[in-house]
Structures are given as C-alpha cells and as structure tokens.
Ligand binder design. Structure first.
Ligand SMILES: NC(=O)c1ccc[n+]([C@@H]2O[C@H](COP(=O)([O-])OP(=O)(O)OC[C@H]3O[C@@H](n4cnc5c(N)ncnc54)[C@H](O)[C@@H]3O)[C@@H](O)[C@H]2O)c1
Length: 309
C-alpha cells in the first residue's frame, strides 16, 4: 500500500484524485487550508480508514512519511488567485519549496500540477511542451502564471541538483463536479447562469477558443504520469477539441433547457485568444493516454452536480 500526500486535496481536482487513489488501494493524506477547497468535496471519504484529512497551509513546512506527493495546492481561478496575489505567489513558490524539501528528505516521488497558463497568451498554436510561452511578468494574472513557472523551475532544479524524482504536468481547462459555482470559470459560470435563467456572459466577441477536459480524463493522466520511469515532463494534459465561447454557451443553454440569452462584456486584460494542447507527448509517454470523454458527455454529470447544489 502506498502512502500518498495530495496537497489541495479538498479542491475540485484534488477531491477527484483522492477518491481515485483510494479506489486503487492507497493510503491518502489530503492536505488543504480550505482557501478555495471545501470539506463537502471530500466528506464522503471521511469514514474511509485509509483517508486522512489535514488542515494545513502549504506555505508552512509539513513533515510526513510518504511515497508520493501530488502538489495541487493553489487557487486556480482568476477571481480567487487575484483576491490575494501575494499569497497566490507564496503558495506556488514557497509551497513548492516545502514540498520539494519533503520529497528530498523522504525520497518521495513528487508531481506538480502546473498549468497551460505557463504559455501565457501563446503565439504558437497548438502549444507543445517545447514552447516557452508569452507571459506578461507584471500583469494581473502574473501572480498565478509566474508562480507556476517558478514552481516548474524549482522542480527541475531540485531534480538536477538533488536528484529528486519529479513529474510536471501542464493542465489545460478542466471541468466536472466539485467546481465552485462562484469561481468565475467559463464552464461553471455558463451552467450556473443557465440554471438560474440569467443571461450567459461572454467576455469579448465569443470567438476566442478554449479546450475543455473532463476531470476523469485528467485524473487518469495524472496517475499514469506518476507511474512513469525516467520521465520528468513537462507534459500537457488537456483535451485538444476546440470550442469557441459562443459554441459552449449555446451547448450549455441547450443541455440545461434554459431560456437564457447571451450577453457580451469587455475582455479582461491578458485574456488569451486561443488555447489548445498538443498532446502528442502525453500519448507517447503515458501509454496512449488521451481524453475519452466528449464535451456533452462530461457536461451532463457536471450540470447535474450544479443543479443539486
Ligand atoms: N481546474 C483547471 O482547469 C486547472 C488548470 C490548470 C491547472 N490547474 C491546477 O490544478 C490544481 C488544482 O486546481 P483546482 O481546479 O482543483 O482548483 P481548486 O481551487 O479547487 O483547488 C486548489 C486547492 O488548493 C487549496 N489551497 C490553496 N492555497 C493553499 C495553501 N496555501 N495551502 C494548502 N492548500 C491550499 C485550496 O483550498 C483548494 O482546495 C491547482 O494547482 C491549479 O493551478 C487546474
């Protein structure tokens, strides 16, 4: 039985990951400070004797004997990471230092949940891992983007300097149950607005595209990445299927049976025009991994989750 630490385990992705790791027969320690995560996401796991919940802020050192660490702690949506940008940076940077120090000490394998935001507003499309990105270092999104870029640097330096067994994944837009209704991300925004019968807000003219990955596909990719030998990444995990915001809005309105209309608002600063992962490397290194869940298939349980909230 492996002892696995999941930081940010009470969040959207972390809660799904904890559930899957338990199903596979592991001991799971879920660490979270509940900044954006919620107990409700993991309350159904509390009676499982192999699950432990720890309230802890990752910017402070944490000592535990583990075999693997999944480092997810970090607010992920602009409304939350811009609420306290200095704290966001500390979470990414000091959090990474603390977890890498722990991994070094106990010889654990450690996976960093990085992000497609490291590509910034990309001038290369679709984005391959070899692309270095186009990031504004002083903008409103920089606390997140640059924090994640610095965390990647730390991961690679601990690997080169101290031989820490590191894995870096770059997650593209992911959706599913346990997302917060107030996180301002496009999928949750649209679903909540449609269910309330409010107009769906599109920022810009709606022609900007995004790719949407269902959370189960991501978790599968994370577990496969953790199991790789002699491969640090970074590797993109995302769904290459591209949709414009306008298309997504129309699908959500249809699937919720809502009478909502679509309204347009000005584009926020540094909002990328296009985002689409190139997943060639993931397919090659992760035993043919690729997203299996189609957008409408994944939206169904997600809409149900929001309806029941
Ligand atoms: N959801 C996506 O589409 C997406 C895309 C790219 C990258 N990611 C990354 O995946 C990870 C998980 O994202 P998510 O969507 O589940 O977001 P989330 O906000 O639901 O989860 C983040 C979790 O980290 C916890 N946390 C924040 N600061 C902390 C701190 N200082 N100490 C301890 N815990 C702390 C939060 O309470 C929350 O439970 C994040 O690192 C995020 O950057 C997510």
């Amino acid at each position: 039985m492996k002892q696995i630490l999941v930081t940010g385990g009470a969040g959207f992705i972390g809660s799904h990951l904890c559930e899957r790791l338990l199903k596979e027969g592991n001991n799971v320690i879920c660490m979270d400070n509940y900044f954006t995560g919620r107990k409700r996401n993991i309350v159904h796991l509390l009676n499982n004797p192999y699950f432990e919940l720890v309230r802890h802020d990752i910017t402070f050192p944490y000592y535990v004997e583990v075999d693997e660490i999944y480092n997810l702690a970090c607010p992920a949506s602009p409304v939350h990471y811009q609420f306290d940008p200095v704290s966001t940076l500390k979470t990414s940077v000091i959090g990474a230092i603390n977890m890498l120090g722990l991994a070094k000490r106990v010889k654990a394998r450690i996976l960093q949940a990085s992000t497609s935001e490291v590509y910034g507003d990309p001038i290369v499309h679709p984005q391959q891992e070899s692309y270095w990105g186009n990031v504004n270092p002083i903008g409103l999104r920089s606390c997140y983007d640059e924090g994640k870029r610095c965390a990647e640097t730390l991961f690679m330096d601990y690997h080169r300097q101290n031989n820490v067994d590191v894995k870096i994944i770059r997650i593209f837009n992911t959706y599913g149950s346990n997302m917060r209704p107030d996180d301002g991300r496009v999928v949750s925004n649209f679903i909540v607005q449609a269910l309330k019968g409010e107009d769906l807000t599109i920022y810009g003219d709606g022609t900007q595209t995004r790719s949407f990955q269902y959370v189960d596909d991501l978790v599968e990719g994370m577990i496969r990445m953790m199991a790789t030998e002699n491969f640090t990444g970074p590797v993109n995990l995302g769904n290459p299927g591209e949709f414009t915001m306008l298309e997504l809005a129309e699908i959500v309105i249809r699937m919720t049976g809502s009478k909502s209309k679509i309204t347009f608002m000005p584009l926020p600063s540094d909002d990328p025009r296009q985002r689409k992962p190139d997943i060639t490397l993931a397919k090659e290194k992760l035993n043919g991994w690729e997203p299996k869940v189609k957008l409408e298939e994944g939206l169904k349980p997600t809409i149900e989750y929001f309806r029941n909230l």
